[in-house]
Design a protein around this ligand. Structure first.
Ligand SMILES: [Zn+2]
Ligand SMILES: [Zn+2]
Length: 253
């Protein structure tokens, strides 16, 4: 199997507070890399420097097409002890094209309590507005792998394999085995995965090679890799709930 992935569902713009490219630069880089679709998933407000809820309110200001790519405006929310399980309110999340959620440092989960982390993530995953869990294998935030993979398959939530974790300079470099274990568990549970670049600078958009190699070695079914192309992504997202910003895209999805 030699798979080409045409959508990147995990990138950060300057609005994340520790990333360095604009939405336009990210879209141009995605276009140059031959992608059909890119999602901007800036950090939610609980992450130090993360974007304010007002930023996410206003995503309709961004064109759906830039260069030759479809640009989704989403978020990478933080798992939260709030009743909704995320650090953005439901009325904001409902206006986004893609809702990803993950654990990040300094957001209330640094004590590494596996049971508490699992319970908090399950609460977030039960929120029907959640589409993707980012880097679930992060070593700093241990989780019960089988429990999360089963819930993800049940709820139709996508588990990400994060290509950036394979970078030896990444803060998650020691998480690789666990990240792959989640992909394996998703395979066995019948769930979906996506492979995200997690680019914090636009030259990293569409970087999938390390994660893709791992997925191929697992024999992961290609039709359950969500980000294989724009049509797959859009059909899946719209099948879960309306995406108000994407209403003009009927010819694609
Ligand atoms: Zn993240
Ligand atoms: Zn990220």
């Amino acid at each position: 199997m030699s798979l080409t992935l045409l959508a990147d569902l995990h990138t950060h713009s300057v609005a994340s507070g520790h990333a360095f490219s604009t939405v336009t630069e990210i879209a141009e880089a995605a276009s140059a890399a031959g992608l059909e679709l890119v999602a901007i998933t800036d950090h939610g407000p609980a992450a130090p420097g993360g974007a304010h809820a007002w930023y996410f309110w206003n995503v309709r200001s961004v064109p759906v097409h830039i260069e030759s790519v479809v640009v989704l405006m989403g978020c990478e929310a933080n798992v939260s002890a709030s009743s909704e399980g995320l650090d953005l309110p439901a009325e904001v999340l409902a206006g986004l094209d893609l809702v990803a959620v993950g654990f990040h440092p300094l957001t209330g989960f640094d004590d590494g309590d596996r049971a508490a982390n699992t319970a908090a993530l399950l609460r977030a995953m039960r929120n029907p507005l959640v589409d993707v869990v980012t880097h679930p294998g992060s070593a700093d935030f241990p989780l019960e792998v089988e429990t999360i993979a089963a819930a993800a398959a049940e709820f139709g939530v996508v588990l990400e394999l994060n290509d950036h974790s394979f970078d030896p300079h990444s803060s998650r470099a020691r998480s690789i085995d666990r990240e792959v274990a989640f992909a394996q568990a998703a395979r066995d549970a019948g769930g979906l995965i996506s492979i995200g670049s997690d680019a914090h600078y636009h030259t990293g958009v569409g970087s999938f090679s390390h994660a893709l190699e791992a997925v191929e070695s697992l024999g992961f079914p290609p039709d359950r890799i969500l980000n294989r192309d724009a049509a797959s992504v859009l059909a899946h997202l719209r099948g879960r709930r309306p995406r108000p910003r994407l209403e003009a895209l009927d010819e694609i999805g």
